[in-house]
Ligand binder design. Sequence first.
Ligand SMILES: [Zn+2]
Length: 67
Amino acid sequence: MSSSDHAAGRDQSTGRAHAVLAETADLPAPWAAICGTSVGVVQGKWSGPRGLGSPDPCPECARLAPG
Ligand SMILES: [Zn+2]
C-alpha cells in the first residue's frame, strides 16, 4: 500500500491530521484513522498540505503511512 491510498483526516477536537484509508473515505463520517483515532473531517490527500504537510500530523499515522 502506498501513501496515495490515504486521505487526510482531521480530528476536530485537536486539529491534528490523521491518515484515513482512501477506500473508506467515501463512507459517511466519522472515519477511523489508521492509528485508530476517529476523525470528523476528510480533506485531500494524506501526502498533501492537509496531511503530512500540515502543522501537526499524527506521528503514529506518519509512521504507518510515511510520505
Ligand atoms: Zn493518527
